[in-house]
Design a protein around this ligand. Structure first.
Ligand code: PLP
Length: 219
């Protein structure tokens, strides 16, 4: 399979209302350009350094999403151009994004990353923390960020019931917070589990290897 066939096959599986974030981490700009030329405008990277290197080499109308853990001291490198930061997992980093966005006179879209997986290693807010942050946001803290939704990663397992259960929890929190202020984006699902995620209510999926092929090293 080549990239074009992969891309078309993934797109075919997505209902109209589901956004595709093409996850291009570890793949060269030439491959990203190929997918862009097929009409894809939204790409995701998980490392600041890699994003900063690729950004000037590719079309400027790409909407870049940062999807990996973000250290506070690195926000400044992407604040001028990043479209959405999907991996906001602490109040500290949210406050820093707000500060850097203000310097550039812009508003940055963010998703709150929620810990839904059983695995200890996954980053993210627990549910009460996320609710508290969202409340502060509604009260007017962080005026230069736009919290547009939630992001989550399920446990890495073949047990589909487990994955389904975790996605369903995230969908419930999404609906609850949306009752306070409507949220647009529920980002869940990757190459191996995006069809299940969509069944559970995802309207944005982050798909890498199903488009670009296997990565040489695991991240
Ligand atoms: C790498 C990555 C993905 C995409 O993973 P694939 O299995 O290659 O589709 C999605 N989300 C995050 C946060 C990632 O780091």
């Amino acid at each position: 399979m080549d990239i074009k066939e992969n891309y078309i096959a993934v797109k075919k599986q997505l209902p109209e209302h589901v956004q595709l974030v093409a996850v291009s981490k570890t793949h060269p700009v030439s491959e990203i350009q190929k997918v862009y030329d097929l009409g894809q405008k939204v790409f995701g990277e998980n490392k600041v350094q890699e994003l900063v290197e690729k950004h000037p080499l590719l079309p400027q109308d790409i909407q870049w999403h940062l999807i990996g853990h973000l250290q506070t001291n690195k926000v400044k490198y992407i604040a001028s151009f990043v479209d959405t930061i999907q991996s906001v997992d602490s109040e500290k980093v949210l406050a820093e994004i707000n500060k850097e966005a203000a310097k550039h006179n812009r508003t940055i879209n963010v998703l709150l990353q929620i810990k839904i997986a059983e695995e200890e290693s996954k980053f993210g807010f627990d549910i009460p923390e996320a609710k508290a942050i969202f409340q502060k946001y509604l009260n007017g803290d962080f005026p230069h960020v736009n919290i547009t939704g939630l992001m989550g990663m399920a446990t890495f397992t073949d047990n589909e019931n487990q994955v389904r259960k975790e996605f369903t929890v995230l969908k419930e929190i999404f609906d609850e917070l949306s009752g306070l202020k409507p949220l647009q984006t529920l980002s869940m699902g990757m190459s191996d589990d995006f069809p299940v995620a969509i069944e559970c209510g995802a309207n944005s999926v982050r798909v890498g290897s199903a488009i670009f092929g296997k990565r040489d090293y695991s991240i």
